[in-house]
Design a protein around this ligand. Structure first.
Ligand code: KG4
Ligand code: ZN
Length: 376
């Protein structure tokens, strides 16, 4: 970072703001245009190009393959986002790009493209935090006021965040090892199910017995809201190996029962920790208490129902944005840029791409990683 270059002061705010968002921190190449005007916010386009089968043979996202694919597709994604919105670069007020946390090669590909566009057009450039994009999405979709409690639960992240302002986050807890989506994906692989594992495990679990296998509820015996999922995945592996040793393979019902047991354990742990996080949050006496979720795992119906029940028990509303805005996308990055500008935060275009970038810089770092690498 160039410490001598002063941050551009806040921009004069026009009546409406139209921002191009660019996201490439994991395996989705995404661009979107979001406008905020007198009558609220509108997503004018939201293009997500996933990397399909590119990583399938490797059992996870391969950073170099992801970075190359982003570099090849990003300009197409931006073009498609502008076309769909019916706009040209000259119609924009700013460009917002994910500057971290994430796989650094992909983040750099996005930042380089955004820098080029900003240099060519003279538009202000904002380097946004990917996690802030997720965290602020419920304001875009549901107009939430601060503070609200957010559970971010995906293949790459798992944390409870108290969102008190555009730039004010307190992490109440997070995973110390795997993210839940990552655990769903690994369990699916162990049981010979398709990827992504979450939907496959949920479908198998529908006919399974969740109590046949006594799977652990990691960290429930400890105070606080931190979570752990890697031991649970190992417990599924052991149970599977036991069945294979006893019967020479897995029967359909074994697979269903293991899936139901695993999903039940993840749900129990997240629901109980959510209850604890809600107690901390409700102590702030929020005017309109809300538990919101973000991330791909929030698609899980059993988990959603459990979180909704916990929220209602505690007197909070449950808010789940549409799935396309819960999973990685660029509308959330454009929106984070709009929030940044509307909050009058400074615009410094000399930001650097960062593999790690915790939203809450006061809480101690978690050991946990998630498949996108250590991040918070
Ligand atoms: O937020 P997301 O699209 O990407 C990142 O992780 O960045 O989340 C994808 C994750 C995958 O691990 C996938 O298995 C999981 O969300 N997922 C689910 C379900 N649908 C997707 N996990 C559990 N149940 C589901 N129905
Ligand atoms: Zn994400």
């Amino acid at each position: 970072m160039n410490a001598t270059k002063p941050a551009r002061p806040t921009l004069p705010l026009p009546g409406s703001l139209t921002v191009l968002g660019i996201e490439s921190s994991c395996d989705d190449t995404a661009a979107a245009v979001v406008r905020h005007g007198g009558d609220g916010a509108a997503i004018l386009s939201n293009v997500v190009m996933d990397q399909g089968t590119l990583h399938a043979a490797f059992g996870g996202v391969v950073p170099e393959i992801a970075a190359r694919a982003h570099a090849e597709k990003l300009d197409l994604a931006v073009e498609a986002a502008l076309d769909t919105a019916g706009l040209a670069l000259a119609d924009l007020d700013a460009i917002a790009v994910t500057a971290g946390p994430g796989l650094i090669g992909g983040v750099l590909a996005g930042v380089m493209l955004a820098r080029g566009l900003a240099a060519a057009t003279g538009l202000p450039l904002l380097g946004m935090n990917h996690l802030a994009g997720h965290a602020l999405t419920p304001r875009l979709t549901d107009g939430l006021g601060f503070p609200y409690l957010l559970l971010l639960v995906s293949g790459g992240h798992c944390q409870f965040l108290l969102v008190s302002g555009v730039d004010a986050y307190t992490r109440l807890g997070g995973t110390i090892d795997d993210a839940p989506g990552e655990a769903f994906d690994k369990v699916a692989r162990l049981l010979g199910l398709a990827q992504p594992g979450g939907p496959a495990v949920e479908a198998e679990a529908a006919t399974g017995d969740p109590v046949r296998f006594a799977l652990p509820r990691p960290l429930l015996d400890r105070p606080g809201c931190d979570l752990s999922f890697s031991g649970l995945k190992t417990a599924v592996l052991r149970a599977r190996d036991g069945l294979v040793a006893a019967h020479g393979g897995l029967r359909r019902s074994d697979r269903a029962d293991l899936c139901a047991g695993f999903q039940g354990a993840v749900t129990d742990v997240l629901a109980q920790k959510a209850r604890r996080a809600l107690v901390e949050y409700m102590a702030l006496a929020p005017r309109d208490p809300v538990l919101a979720v973000a991330g791909g795992v929030a698609a899980n119906r059993v988990l959603r129902a459990a979180l909704e029940a916990v929220a209602h028990d505690t007197g909070a509303r449950f808010v789940a944005p549409p799935l396309a805005l819960c999973t990685d996308n660029a509308a959330m990055i454009a929106w984070a840029g709009i929030e940044h500008l509307r909050a009058g935060l400074p615009v410094a275009d000399d930001f650097v791409a960062r593999p790690r970038w915790p939203l809450d810089t006061h809480s101690p770092a978690l050991i946990g990683a998630g498949r996108k690498g250590a991040k918070a």
